[in-house]
Ligand binder design. Structure first.
Ligand code: ZN
Length: 356
């Protein structure tokens, strides 16, 4: 099948959403810029509407190969591995990518650190060197921690790219993280939030890039796991109490803005994104914290490792995660599940089970 298409990348201020399909004088981000095949799931096409809040891509992983030609003075960063083959011409190749993003940059500085076998490369504006180094440090430490706790990081590189974003602090792609320019500009103000951006987006390399989910119907699945994983990073640096009280306050604010939505609500139950971050991210993390306390650390982490192992490169559902946690838990979790996720995730009782 061959599709030919043309597109025009809008100027950042005229663009809709987070500015992830937009250009500015120093950066052009081409995200969701090509036709992407809807995945097949349980014998049907999985096609969801697109909302201006939350994440839109529901996709199977694929192997990508792209040839990119840029104007003079621009250089390319992308998901997968980029090789410059001639002046302004790049070959991008990657395996098991849930989507492809291309970022063209002008006047940036490149820096890198090693996280075990993985090369973490950073692209920052010249004035943001110190913030960029702090960002790469959190990124590398979080990558090592999650590799140890959950399973290996699956790509040879991880790129961290500063770009101007609107209404988002960071955005995740397979092997690539976008970080909002504003937050690097403000560094070292608000160290908790600054750290959270990178600890969060790195965790999406496990919960989104590796284990996919329907980000529109079940956004909590990757966001709750990712937010809770960032909490494990804060725990590793002695700041768990800080992140726990951040989640509690953020969840209360979310509930006040949107009293009818729950952690497990689909994107369309958060009109204009009202309460979305507080309820789905922070509430989702509080839910997983209760699950962890009930299960104990060993069983909880065994459950997350099994979830990664069984659903890596696939699309999982909330029921898939919950059935693994139920199986690994030494004691029942039903009261916690129903309190936080509602009755939609009740345990399915098999037809042959005897009546009580
Ligand atoms: Zn996220």
């Amino acid at each position: 099948l061959s599709i030919s298409f043309r597109g025009k990348v809008p100027e950042l201020n005229a663009s809709k959403g987070y500015g992830i399909f937009a250009h500015s004088p120093t950066a052009a981000v081409l995200s969701q810029a090509y036709p992407i095949l809807a995945p097949r799931h349980d014998g049907a096409w999985l096609v969801e509407p697109i909302f201006p809040w939350g994440d839109a891509v529901v996709a199977a992983v694929a192997d990508y190969s792209a040839r990119v030609t840029l104007p003079t003075g621009w250089s390319l960063v992308a998901t997968g591995e980029e090789t410059q083959t001639a002046s302004g011409v790049y070959l991008v190749e990657g395996e098991n990518l849930r989507e492809l993003v291309l970022v063209a940059l002008r006047g940036y500085q490149e820096t890198s650190v090693e996280a075990g076998e993985v090369l973490v490369r950073g692209y920052f504006l010249p004035g943001h060197r110190e913030a960029g180094e702090a960002a790469l440090e959190v990124t590398a430490q979080a990558l090592l921690l999650y590799s140890r706790l959950f399973g290996p990081y699956p790509f040879p590189e991880l790129d961290v790219v500063e770009v101007p974003l609107k209404g988002a602090a960071g955005v995740e792609y397979p092997g690539l993280i976008l970080a909002g320019e504003t937050y690097l500009e403000r560094y070292p103000a608000d160290p908790l939030f600054f750290t959270m951006i990178f600890a969060h987006e790195v965790a999406h390399q496990w919960w989104y890039a590796q284990v996919g989910n329907d980000q529109v119907a079940e956004p909590w699945l990757d966001e709750a796991l990712t937010t809770y994983s960032s909490g494990l990073y804060f725990e590793s640096v002695g700041m768990f109490a800080d992140i726990l009280s951040y989640w509690q306050a953020s969840y209360q604010r979310g509930r006040a803005r949107n009293p009818t939505a729950t952690v497990a609500s689909p994107l369309w139950e958060f009109p204009d994104g009202a309460g979305y971050g507080g309820i789905v991210y922070s509430g989702g993390a509080l839910f997983l914290h209760e699950v962890r306390l009930r299960m104990g650390d060993t069983a909880f982490l065994r459950g997350l490792r099994r979830y990664l192992e069984e659903y890596r490169w696939r699309i999982a559902t909330g029921r898939d995660l919950l059935s693994i946690l139920r199986e690994e838990s030494p004691t029942p979790l039903e009261d916690i599940i129903q309190e936080w996720l509602g009755t939609g995730y009740k345990q399915e009782v098999s037809a042959s089970a005897p009546n009580p």
